[in-house]
Write a protein that binds this ligand. Structure first.
Ligand code: MG
Length: 412
């Protein structure tokens, strides 16, 4: 089973996606997600110029060997571009192996450890009534866990709040947060931490008063706080029993979480911008987090993220895989197969893709009673319609960035 064709496909149905498609000499195909939000073309170049020529002629069965070859032979290790490229190869090879075996990928990973995957959606609002409407909408869609993001008085634009309703194709209009915006330059947003710290506990109090104590609620701090600010927020939110507080500090400094941990019992999740187990090494070993936010797409694929999650399992730390719309349907399928198979699954982020995206990527996952399941098609269960993909060429898009009121650039 020799790889004899490797294509890099860029399409932008509702947003930009980068997909690697491998074809073997016996005609099997595999897909891998290589989407790196806002820096997509860097991964396209990495794959096209440096990886595709190395794949041709290799044995498609040798997943671990190919992973080690791509990681170690580059000499320059880690980093989001490299690891997204390796992830795409890894996913495509698992997809091919599943098709060769006639089994869904989760069966190859040890079989299902549960019936389905608890998933959380993104509720947001510019004020309490619109936030409550968004929570109700998610409850009606069947979500059993909900992330709460809210505007802060005095700040114009905030991470996690939809700026406007978006037309997603197929006559569908949604009020969703899609942070990457099409255009030649990133959008500038504003931020001040003090009003946020004052406002957020009041929002969670109001949500608990309206919807009761049962529903798991989550919140994303998006790397904006110092350790002592994050520690205070964690303490202030304890009465509202969060499922997790996510990305409370900039993630590069693993030691920062020790200070947060010393002060609060609010569970912590981090790692959506991490690329390898080395970014998680200390915070897992020292039990400074409760959930690993790494995505299959950004952590070097199923092979590498499974090892990280197996390591986390030693410390009762669970998965909380990143899953907004910039994870393509291929990356989401890989996350679902891995999440179904591992013992220490925690929760899966799930933000539905737009109608055009669902036409480009034909998927076999199910969403029932608040649980995701990857389906039982051989491989990952996703096929790419090249004709549909060709209708939507790449469009420049960037994530926004933040400035404080005095003009200082701040973490977005
Ligand atoms: Mg996050």
């Amino acid at each position: 089973m020799i790889i004899d064709k490797a294509e890099v496909i860029v399409t932008s149905p509702n947003r930009n996606f980068v997909t690697l498609k491998l074809t073997t000499d016996d005609g099997l195909t595999g897909l891998g997600d290589a989407t790196l939000n806002g820096r997509e073309l860097a991964v396209v170049a990495y794959l096209t110029e440096h990886v595709v020529p190395l794949l041709l002629g290799r044995d498609a069965h040798r997943i671990e060997d190919t992973w080690q070859f791509l990681y170690r032979s580059a000499y320059w290790r880690r980093g989001p571009v490299t690891m997204a490229a390796i992830a795409a190869v890894d996913m495509a090879l698992w997809d091919i192996k599943g098709k060769a075996a006639g089994m869904p990928v989760y069966q190859l990973l040890g079989g299902a450890s549960r019936n389905g995957l608890l998933a959380y959606g993104h509720a947001s609002g510019t004020d309490l009534p619109s936030l409550f409407d968004s929570v109700r909408d998610h409850l009606e869609q069947g979500f059993k866990a909900i992330r709460i993001q809210t505007a802060v008085p005095g700040l114009k634009a905030i991470y996690g709040i939809a700026a406007q309703a978006a037309f997603t194709g197929g006559g569908e209009e949604r009020y969703d947060h899609e942070p990457a915006r099409r255009g030649a330059k990133p959008v500038e947003e504003d931020w001040e931490t003090r009003p946020y710290l004052l406002h957020l506990p009041k929002v969670f109090e109001a949500v608990r008063n309206e919807f009761g104590p049962e529903i798991p609620l989550l919140h994303d701090g998006h790397h904006r706080m110092t350790p002592i600010q994050a520690a205070r927020l964690g303490k202030d939110l304890e009465p509202y029993d969060l499922f997790w507080l996510e990305d409370c500090t900039p993630a590069e400094n693993q030691e920062a979480l020790r200070l947060v941990r010393q002060h609060t019992t609010t569970p912590l999740a981090i790692g959506e911008i991490f690329n390898t187990v080395w970014d998680f090494k200390d915070i897992i070993r020292d039990q400074l987090i409760d959930y690993v936010r790494g995505a299959v797409t950004h952590m070097g694929g199923i092979t590498a993220l499974k090892k990280t999650l197996d390591y986390a399992a030693l410390y009762q730390i669970k998965s909380g895989m990143h899953g907004p719309t910039d994870i393509s349907p291929v990356g989401m399928a890989a996350a679902m197969h891995l999440g179904l198979a591992i013992h220490n699954f925690g929760i899966q982020e799930y933000m539905k893709h737009g109608a055009r995206t669902d036409e480009v990527f034909q998927q076999s996952f199910t969403w029932q009673d608040g649980l995701l399941h990857p389906g039982d098609q051989p491989g990952l269960g996703v096929e790419l319609d090249l004709d549909e993909a060709g209708k939507y060429p790449y469009e420049q898009a960037y994530l926004p960035y933040n400035r404080l009121s005095d003009g200082t650039v701040h973490d977005w």
